[in-house]
Design a protein around this ligand. Sequence first.
Ligand code: ADP
Ligand code: ZN
Length: 751
Amino acid sequence: MNVRVSIEAAGGRIYDYAVPPELQQRMQSGLKVRVPLGCREVDAYVLEVVGAVVDSGTDMPLFSGELITTAAPQSFKLRRIKAIIDPLPYLYPALLRLAHWISEYYCAPLEAALRCMLPSAVRSRKMRAKQQLFVKPVAGEFELTARQRELLSEIRRVGGGWLSFLTREFSCAASTIRNLEKSGAVVVEQRQLRRDPLANRRILPTSPMILMPEQSEALAQIRTAVEQAAQLHKTKPLLLHGVTGSGKTEVYLQAIAHVLELGRGAIVLVPEIALTPQTVQRFAARFGRRIAVLHSALSNGERFDEWHRIRKGEADVVIGPRSALFAPVRNVGLIVVDEEHEPSYKQDEAPRYHARDAAVMRGVFEHCAVVLGTATPSMESWNNVLRGKYKLISLTKRVSDRAMPDVYIVDMRRENSAGGHAMIFSKPLLNALKERLERGEQSILFLNRRGFSNSLQCSGCGYVFACDECSVAFTYHLEDSCLRCHVCGGWRHVPALCPECGEPVLKYAGYGTQRVEKALRSCLPRARVLRMDADVTTRKSSHEELLSIFKARQADILLGTQMIAKGLDFPNVTLVGVLNADMSLHMPDFRAAERTWQLLAQVSGRAGRAHLPGEVFIQTYSPDHPSVRVAGGYESFETLARRELAERREGGYPPFTHMVCITVRSRSEERCVLTARSCARLLAEKGRGRLIVSDAMPAPLAKARGYYRFQILLRSASMKVMSAVLRDFMECQGAVNDVKIAVDVDAVNMM
Ligand code: ADP
Ligand code: ZN
């Protein structure tokens, strides 16, 4: 019997080993083992077992997915595995299959895909479960001094505890407790201390709500899907399309309760930005200690403990951003991908997987149901509904018939010509803000640009200050009167004179959140304004702090970037203003229109969520654009989607083709251009008649952090053809000095 393993100390590279007879009985894929490597012994993970498993009675390899290349019988002698570290696998078969799928589909090395399944806190040799001394009182009578007797009764009263806690709590020395141990009155033992990300959170349990008719129907559909996946091994993803506030989350909660009753687990993915304490709270309040949270702000110790709790089955409901998809939940019954349209589900480094699509694949491998929830479906998912690949469930009403907000589209061209200059706030929006202040209600203002102004431009010669390292203009920041680059974070002071013409005349073009804040202070001096953007939320907790200030009504206006666009539920907010809806419309991206209506719908959903009715003002220079009109309720989503899809089909864009974006980067412009051109030629040759291959062209972000960037876009209706060409291309691609090539399959961010 041989095994194929991935060795951590060798950067995840894959080797074959022989299994000595005494380990064969217990050998299975996914185990963590010790193997010899050179003159050392190192950790490795078993990817595949080749050869008969002694007691299973069959000759089948445990892992017989069609994706697997079976290791060839070795003619030379393999080295032997030393030991099995843990009898419980680290990688379950469905996860191993998923790793292979990701590696193949996204053109990434298998090692990279495996790194998703095993977070570094888990792979690290240094991380351990944390052991601490625990003191347990023993029942009975003991011969003790008066002081000892007193201490013992205290320890009994609190039911024992950590040694360090007891010494602090009862002001005694550790040796005093050790003496109690000698008398037999207590037992002191090593116990594992759980590093709990939800510790110190007061969470009150909630019970399931009585569902509205549409919610009940949605729940019934999900339950059917769970059963069909388990019994017929058929996974047909469900698209849960429900306006914000229609009670999707309550449906998820009850669907999860159902799979838990069946003895299975669940995974809930949310965008990182929406993984607020409020969201976690809702799940923890329903499922208590069965919840595990995995997100980027965890300490390594917390991540290690949460991951192992999941692996051992102590937690069976996992909530987290895209990486939580790879949690080692055994026997998953349901995967929920909330806000499935969110671009942040795409990972922007290798392996460049899309968590929504990978979730669907895990569902197929795991025989479980997959629910994709959103108020604004992506065109990919919507097209899958139209093709019959996904099943649609709709929640058309807000819970208890709370009204959707009234949406007003404000034509800024007209406003500006009436006012005689470019304005930040239109008259109707300003009036609405004043009304809210008078009534003691709160408002949210949304602008997708931080900083003070977009750029600093000389009004004499038109010179624009730009970053030397990146191809973007500097943004002017008020606090430290600095010019900052939003790509690389570089900065410089504002010069007194224009470096081009020497005139001291400088003007600021456009506006960012800081400038809006300043304008608000002068138009509405009484308003308490809270600004929230990446400049003020750099500390880990400041995001949470700002939100709790707003929630406690200690501010009237919350002004922010997309950070505030989703997931937040403030009952006292009755007004939402979008300052510049056009910003995302003019991005060089075929998804610009889709992004814009998604964003507008998300932002509008913040208004009027409780018993107070809401109003939304959308300021725009393109009031007739369909993406703006749909947010105003002048056009239905179905009509808009039909038109958008017709255009995409016409142009040969996703979802009708797969798009691969190849980015070539180098510090040398010349080498970058030359490599990109030769790649484009090679691809055109290999894909002739089968792929659409663009020319090599500068990326929209043509330079970043000192690297020039060129792009080649590939399109094909067939992923099979695409994969074959890409594999062929990668094999021909030798490493060129200082030039990096990234392949992004189903690219979402084309910058
Ligand atoms: P969504 O996830 O679609 O935005 P939520 O699940 O957050 O919607 O629901 C919005 C609000 O309505 C929440 O405050 C939630 O507690 C409440 N809610 C959801 N379902 C019900 C129900 N069946 N009855 C009463 N209130 C509900
Ligand atoms: Zn820069």
